[in-house]
Design a protein. Structure first.
Length: 306
């Protein structure tokens, strides 16, 4: 169990590292040189940087560190550990770029190109880090707290805080640059929301079959997903039927389709994409616990038969 836990943590840190690097590239090479950062701690650092004689990376680190303390107090130490790792990487990557590859303008002379490419990189990185169970600090921490305690999505919470920062950016860099930055916020939140909810596809399956019990057992015991069985009536045949419904991921869907086709070629099955799934059953730990429950159930049935 200890080696398995280490592997999971290592994968988490790897994803956080890649996501943070993507964020830094988008920020450093595309957004900051053209004053296109409308929100986040990057936007705050952009606002105060003209008035404070320190490198942008230092401002970014100090702001993130202050907000990280708030995150540790509200969310907990485990959250603070992974997020502190991301905050250090974020500012560290930026400082390395400042030292070894200084830039004075964006990659492109067109602000729209810099805006789109920068926001896609930045927001994709944010989504990756958030999916790994951490945040990049700053408004990500605020957004996660709001997502935990209020009925709002992470993207909506991030947009609310970003709009406040955007107003400050407009005051410092002008209305036109503020409009560009506003477009970037909208694009960025769409990308973040897509990465968080769509990066790992889920599908609702509804199966009507005479072998519904076997299908139900396969879903429960082979791919470890919850099911619901409900009664239905054929509109044409007027016959009573059983329908099995569940939510599975892409790999599980393929296994389920193959199994259903093998045991009942006349089964009726339709599949619909699901944008988001909340609740137990979609994490490693839960699936392991569910597997143990199945084993206990089987053992109890054997004992009853004896």
């Amino acid at each position: 169990m200890k080696s398995l836990k280490f592997e999971v943590n290592f994968n988490q840190l790897f994803v956080v590292t890649i996501g943070t690097l993507m964020m830094t590239i988008g920020l450093y090479f595309f957004l900051v040189p053209d004053a296109l950062v409308g929100g986040g701690t990057g936007g705050i650092a952009q606002v105060i940087n003209p008035f404070v004689p320190v490198p942008y990376s230092v401002s970014l680190f100090v702001i993130n560190l202050i907000l990280l303390v708030i995150g540790v107090i509200v969310i907990g130490k485990e959250f603070g550990g992974t997020t502190f790792f991301s905050v250090v990487l974020y500012s560290g990557f930026y400082a390395l770029f400042e030292h070894y590859y200084p830039v004075s303008h964006g990659v492109s002379d067109n602000p729209i190109v810099n805006l789109v490419l920068g926001q896609v990189l930045l927001s994709s990185g944010v989504g990756m880090v958030f999916n790994a169970g951490a945040t990049t600090g700053g408004v990500d921490i605020i957004a996660k707290i709001m997502n935990m305690y209020l009925p709002v999505t992470f993207a909506s919470a991030a947009m609310f805080t970003d709009m406040t920062i955007l107003l400050l950016n407009m005051l410092v860099f002008g209305f036109e640059r503020g409009l560009y930055a506003a477009m970037g916020i909208l694009l960025g939140n769409l990308v973040v929301d897509r990465v968080i909810t769509g990066g790992s596809a889920r599908y609702q399956v509804n199966i009507t079959s005479k072998n519904y019990l076997a299908i139900n057992e396969f879903i429960l015991h082979e791919i470890f997903r919850a099911t619901t069985i409900y009664d239905a009536k054929g509109g044409y045949t007027k016959q009573e039927r059983k329908v099995v419904t569940s939510v599975v991921d892409r790999e599980e869907l393929l296994r389920l389709k193959n199994f259903v086709s093998e045991i009942d070629e006349n089964a009726f099955m339709y599949v619909a994409p699901v944008s988001e799934v909340l609740g137990r059953g979609f994490s490693f730990e839960v699936r392991q616990k569910r597997s143990s429950i199945v084993k206990l159930r089987e053992r109890a049935l054997k004992e009853n038969k004896k």
